[in-house]
Design a protein around this ligand. Sequence first.
Ligand code: ADP
Ligand code: MG
Length: 268
Amino acid sequence: MVQLRNVGKHFGPLRVLKGIDLTIHHSEVVCLIGPSGSGKSTLLRSMAFLEEYDEGQIHIEGQLLGWQNADVEGPARKRAAQSKINQVRQNVGMVFQQFNLWPHMTVLGNVCEALQQVRKQSKAQARERALAMLDKVGLAHKAAAWPVQLSGGQQQRVAIARALAMEPHIMLFDEPTSALDPELVGEVLQVMKDLAREGMTMVVVTHEMGFAAQVADSVIFLDKGEVVARGTPQQIFHQAEHPRLQQFLQNYLDRNAFWQDGKDAAVP
Ligand code: ADP
Ligand code: MG
């Protein structure tokens, strides 16, 4: 469904992604973990061409993303036409740490907006689809509310409904619960678990190791722009061999140790 081949990315002289190879299959849930600054967001954003990767190729459902000629590097690389870029990524939905709802629109208005403006649906069509998606995230009763009247967890669920309304084939999540108060994290993770169970293809950048352990088909550990380890949750969390992964997990355990009984409890 998504294929990355030798993908690289620079910000000026800084090389933030190095030789990333990754294949994501239909209905697969991939969790990306790694220290801050390791390139997780850049990698995820590259999959929607919100960042212009400058080496290698990304294919979405068989179509080359972003470039006309991704087999060349440097200035000879030519951006594809914007209409082509939009067409290739139209089935990619994205949810960010900051939910970015429009404050001047109701919940329903937020979910309808792109259906009407981008998909050119009639108001009635958009409304029906939007209400169905709000129902899916348990917020149909908040359709007439304003974003400011919702908790952070509810706002993030609206953002998920908004992305789902566009009927994506793959959903990308970038730390969707990191901006939330701890007691609101669970309701958002539950919506994501339900989606995974329904067979949605998902790539999730997360610090929620419990979620990754429970839901991921594969976990990828990124460090300094490289894929350092990849495997099943069992392999990554219980049979970690790479010293950098071991260190990362140890840091995570140390931070969470005060309310956990021990290593096995913290990483299920
Ligand atoms: P992560 O999501 O894992 O924390 P990021 O992908 O955000 O990491 O960042 C990877 C590296 O790229 C960091 O060193 C960060 O400072 C740098 N970086 C990210 N975005 C930009 C940008 N727009 N301009 C320059 N450097 C950036
Ligand atoms: Mg990030």
